[in-house]
Design a protein around this ligand. Structure first.
Ligand code: B12
Length: 220
């Protein structure tokens, strides 16, 4: 059976240990985080979306799969940090979903890639209204602010978020991601500085090109 499908079954069963075994075997076989996140976890969650859409599972099943997946990602990062012992590069990034947006697993995987790259990260999760993002960013002064959305009508939040956050005094890089970036063009909601990144490979590329920081006044 394809590994992503097998993983989705364990997530739906809420079987943390069996789900972990799949990730851990791949990790031990030398697969990198990009593979683990994109080919295993993302595919498993998208398959769960298909099962839900076709009425083969219930909302309760989907919620159990989500919470099991969340645990799995946290355990994977914990293990990975012990393996890598990456030195801090002295850069900070915060992660959040726009107001009312609940889908945060893709964002969480992005934040974990930043952590692996030696960034200090703060993961704020779903549904963070702009006023709270601004306050947190003013206090913490992140070098990058990463924003996620998955539902089309939440795109209306992008413009105010990007506009306000790009005005912050320390000029953080604003990075937008989410499943719809593969399907539609959203750059009109941002400025020439805003980064729209479609997937985790894009995150990894950007991190590799900017290992020691962000010159946020320059367009990438
Ligand atoms: C789990 C899930 C939920 C969970 C969310 C749990 C959570 N904490 O995340 C719950 C049950 C809460 C939920 C609710 C809803 N959901 Co839902 N959900 C899903 C499901 C099955 C999986 C989502 C997921 O984790 N995918 C895996 C992640 C890893 O993929 P991803 O988000 O695309 O992320 C990738 C990239 O986009 C990128 N990325 C993501 N964020 C970021 C951020 C940055 C900065 C960067 C660089 C990259 C990046 O990284 C990832 C890897 O490449 C999807 C199915 C699917 N196809 O995804 C439906 C899906 C997204 N949901 C859907 C719907 C309709 C809903 C609801 C409206 C249902 C309802 N009637 O209540 C609500 C809306 C809630 C809301 N207001 O946000 C639809 C959306 C369809 C549409 N036309 O918009 C989908 C596609 C299901 C379907 N097939 O119909 N959902």
């Amino acid at each position: 059976m394809e590994k992503g499908i097998e993983l989705s079954q364990h997530l739906l069963d809420g079987n943390q240990e069996a789900a972990w075994q799949i990730l851990d075997e791949e990790r031990k076989a030398g697969k990198n985080s990009l593979y683990i996140y994109e080919s295993l976890v993302t595919n498993a969650m998208r398959h769960i979306g298909y099962l839900w859409e076709t009425n083969k599972i219930t909302v309760a099943d989907e919620h159990l799969a989500t919470s099991t997946c969340d645990f799995l990602l946290a355990r994977y990062l914990w293990q990975k940090q012990r393996d890598l012992d990456a030195p801090s590069i002295g850069k900070k990034a915060m992660f959040l979903c726009v107001e009312n947006e609940q889908h945060y697993l893709g964002l969480k995987m992005s934040s974990q890639l930043f952590s692996e790259g030696g960034w200090e990260t703060r993961f704020h999760g779903p549904n963070l209204p702009l006023e709270y993002v601004k306050k947190a960013a003013l206090d913490w002064k992140p070098d990058a602010i990463c924003i996620s959305f998955s539902i089309l009508y939440h795109a209306e939040h992008l413009e105010p978020y990007i506009k306000e956050l790009e005005k912050l005094p320390n000029r953080p890089a604003i990075i937008v991601g989410g499943r719809l970036l593969d399907k539609y063009e959203f750059s009109r909601h941002g400025s020439e500085r805003t980064l729209f990144i479609k997937n985790l490979e894009g995150v990894k590329d950007w991190l590799d090109r900017h290992p020691h920081g962000v010159k946020s006044s320059v367009g990438y």
